[in-house]
Design a protein around this ligand. Structure first.
Ligand SMILES: *Cc1c(COP(=O)(O)O)cnc(C)c1O
Length: 364
């Protein structure tokens, strides 16, 4: 493989020392769970997201699930989300017992507010859960307006969008609550599973703290059924270090994206870059005709690409039988999406090489 889709090895000597030292400090104090690094990370992430509170948890899936649980979402409630996302979004909603309704997407791959409006008119949901797909903030103002009008909570699935911005406001600061994934692939990634919930409301914050540890308060008393969703201290220690380099990573991917778009915009659908917004480019996703052929061709040339995500959530075997909602545009775009490699181990020449091979494919 000349150009892998992602390379998670830690090769930078300086970064390696920083991370090893951070882990070493955890070895020294021995508080492997809920050690001091967890609270420190929560405080830094809350500040970063312009929020009062952050609650560190064991994954992005757990973050979204507990965010919804903290609102009291249950059987009998309805929750609207997008049809195009990693299946964790649907699972987190569905496991609360709520009835899941899928909304369609726009050409920019984010949830379509017009579709949400139509669905809300049929039945008022308890929550609307948009995803900032591939690191691009969705139409948050419109969605917040719809949510407010019908009395639903806006809960951001910001798993792919740490550090993204819309008109100067950071992803994760728009909804009643927001959930982040911090797994190694994500914009701010640990060396294992991790996630975070952010919010401003003190009651929700206290509820989340109980929910992340078997619904307990005061160490022993269980006030609500839940699971264990705490973040390891070691992952928190690593994330504290990684947080210092997060904007560097975003800038690198944005520079790669800019190059790709300049080299490819006349030949494939390139990501829309909205004036005044900062896309964190969790992935650089093009819309390509003959997608599978292109993918195979690039692989032969040593270029690894990915389809994030090839199956609409509403079409997954676990959901297809009872899926309700709208997804006609999503169904069209999902056959054309392809993520090109875009990461900090790529040189400008690598980016030009990938782009030239894409061009070569369409000329042939
Ligand atoms: C990654 C992801 C999740 C789940 O996060 P995990 O940390 O892998 O559990 C949820 N939603 C979206 C949109 C994601 O990309």
């Amino acid at each position: 493989m000349k150009i892998p889709f992602l390379d998670l090895r830690i090769t930078d000597a300086q970064e390696r020392v920083e991370l090893l030292n951070a882990v070493g400090r955890v070895f020294d104090h021995g508080r492997m769970i809920m050690g001091p690094e967890v609270a420190e990370l929560e405080s830094e992430v809350a500040t970063y997201c312009t929020r009062r509170y952050a609650v560190a948890v064991s994954s992005g899936t757990t973050a979204l699930f507990l965010a919804l649980k903290s609102l009291g979402i249950n059987e009998g409630d309805e929750v609207i989300t997008t049809s195009l996302s990693w299946i964790a979004t649907a699972n987190a909603i569905s496991l609360t017992g709520a009835r899941l309704v899928f909304a369609d997407v726009r050409e920019d791959l984010n949830i379509d507010p017009d579709s949400v409006r139509r669905l809300v008119a049929r039945r008022v949901p308890r929550a609307i859960v948009p995803v900032h797909f591939s690191g691009k903030v969705c139409a948050v103002e419109e969605l917040a307006g719809i949510a407010q009008q019908c009395g639903a909570a806006l809960v951001e699935d910001a798993a792919q969008a740490f550090g993204a911005q819309h008109q100067g406001q950071v992803a994760g600061s728009f909804g009643k609550l927001a959930a982040f994934s911090m797994n190694p692939m994500k914009v701010l990634g640990a060396c294992g599973e991790a996630g975070m919930v952010v919010c401003d409301d003190t009651d929700l914050y206290e509820r989340l703290q109980a929910l992340r540890y078997n619904g307990t308060v005061n160490k022993e008393t269980c006030i609500e059924k839940s699971l264990n969703g705490r973040m390891d201290t070691m992952q928190a220690a690593i994330l504290l270090q990684r947080l210092r380099r997060v904007s560097q990573g975003i800038n690198t991917r944005r520079a790669i994206a800019k190059m790709y778009t300049a080299l490819l915009k006349d030949i494939v659908g390139t990501p829309m870059d909205y004036q005044g917004d900062i896309d964190s480019y969790y992935s650089y996703t093009i819309l390509a005709d003959r997608r599978q052929e292109l993918k195979n061709f690039l692989l032969q040339e040593g270029i690894e690409t990915k389809v994030q995500h090839p199956i609409l959530m509403s079409k997954q075997p676990a959901y297809a039988q009872n899926a309700v909602g709208e997804w006609s545009t999503a169904e069209k775009v999902v056959t054309r999406i392809l993520c090109l490699p875009a990461h900090d181990k790529m040189s400008d020449d690598d980016v030009r090489f990938v782009a030239s091979k894409v061009r070569e494919f369409y000329k042939a």
